[in-house]
Design a protein around this ligand. Structure first.
Ligand SMILES: Nc1ncnc2c1ncn2[C@@H]1O[C@H](COP(=O)(O)OP(=O)(O)OP(=O)(O)O)[C@@H](O)[C@H]1O
Ligand SMILES: [Mg+2]
Length: 239
C-alpha cells in the first residue's frame, strides 16, 4: 500500500531531517509513527503526501510512484495535517461538499458518509455553521470527516489525537480500525504512546531522521513486562 525507499531530506546544509528512511505498509495495516520532537515525523508525512519533496528516495502509494504518476498516487490517500487550516468563512457542510466534489463522490454516497461520520463525531448541529465559529477540536473532527469521505486506500494523519476529547478520540480509533478492516491502511504519527501501544499492528520509531525500529509491539519491546513508553525512552535516550 505504501513503500518509501531511502528517503533523505535536509532543510539546511548541516543536518539531515531524514536519513535513508525505508518503510513498507501492507494492505489492512494500521501503523503508528512515533519519535521525539524534531525527529522527522511531519517531514516524512509531508514528503509522502507531496507537500514537500525529498532530496533522494522514492514514494509509492497503492502501486503508483509519487514522482511519475502523481495524480494516481494522490488519489490513493487522504491526509489530516497537524494544524487544522481550513477555509474559515464557509460552513462545515459546504466544506465537506467541496471535498466531495473534488473527489467526485456521488450525492448518495456523500450524504450517507457525512451523516455517518458527523453523527459519530457529534458534529451534525455544527455543520450548518461557519467554520470560524468552530473550536479547535471541532475543526479537527471536520478535517477528519473530510479526509474519510473519499474512502481512499491510505489514510494518513499527523498527530490526530491532539485536541480531541476522549469520546472523539475513541471514535477516531474505531474509524481507523474500520478502515483497515475494510482493506485500507492507516499511517498516523502520535506522542500518545498508550494509543499506539493498544491500537497499532506495527510501530515505526524515528529518531534524528533515522528509522530505529519498525516492527510489532511484541518484537519492539525487549520483554513483555516493560511498557512501550519505557522502551521508547530507552531507545531515544540522548544523554
Ligand atoms: N520548514 C523547515 N525549515 C527548516 N527546518 C525544518 C523545517 N521543518 C522541519 N525542520 C527541521 O526538521 C527536523 C524534523 O522536523 P519535523 O517537523 O519533521 O519533526 P517531528 O518529528 O514532526 O516533530 P514534532 O514531534 O515536534 O512534531 C527538525 O530538526 C526541524 O527543526
Ligand atoms: Mg510533527
Amino acid at each position: 500500500m505504501l513503500k518509501i525507499t531511502q528517503l533523505t531530506k535536509s532543510y539546511d546544509k548541516k543536518t539531515k531531517a531524514l536519513d535513508n528512511l525505508d518503510i513498507e505498509i501492507k494492505k489492512g495495516e494500521l501503523i503508528g509513527f512515533i519519535g521525539p520532537n524534531g525527529a522527522g515525523k511531519t517531514t516524512t508525512l509531508k514528503i509522502i503526501t507531496g507537500i514537500i519533496t525529498a532530496d533522494q528516495g522514492s514514494v509509492e502509494i497503492d502501486g503508483h510512484n509519487l514522482a511519475t504518476e502523481m495524480i494516481a498516487a494522490k488519489k490513493s490517500f487522504t491526509f489530516v495535517p497537524d494544524h487544522p487550516e481550513i477555509y474559515e468563512s464557509i460552513s462545515g457542510i459546504d466544506y465537506l461538499n467541496f471535498i466531495a466534489d473534488i473527489y467526485d463522490i456521488s450525492i448518495e454516497d456523500r450524504q450517507k458518509r457525512i451523516l455517518k461520520f458527523s453523527t459519530k463525531f457529534q458534529l451534525e448541529e455544527a455543520l450548518g455553521k461557519k467554520i470560524n465559529t468552530y473550536s479547535h477540536g471541532m475543526k479537527q473532527k471536520l478535517l477528519i470527516t473530510a479526509a474519510l469521505l473519499p474512502q481512499a486506500p491510505l489514510f494518513i494523519l499527523d498527530e490526530p489525537h491532539v485536541g480531541l476529547d476522549p469520546h472523539s478520540s475513541r471514535v477516531l480509533k474505531d474509524l481507523m480500525l474500520e478502515h483497515c478492516a475494510n482493506g485500507g491502511s492507516v499511517l498516523f504519527s502520535s506522542h500518545v504512546l498508550e494509543v499506539v501501544e493498544n491500537l497499532c499492528h506495527k510501530i515505526a520509531i524515528i529518531d534524528k531522521g533515522k528509522l530505529i525500529a519498525y516492527d510489532t509491539l511484541e518484537n519492539i519491546k525487549k520483554n513483555k513486562d516493560v511498557s512501550l513508553e519505557d522502551t521508547f525512552l530507552e531507545m531515544t535516550d540522548h544523554e
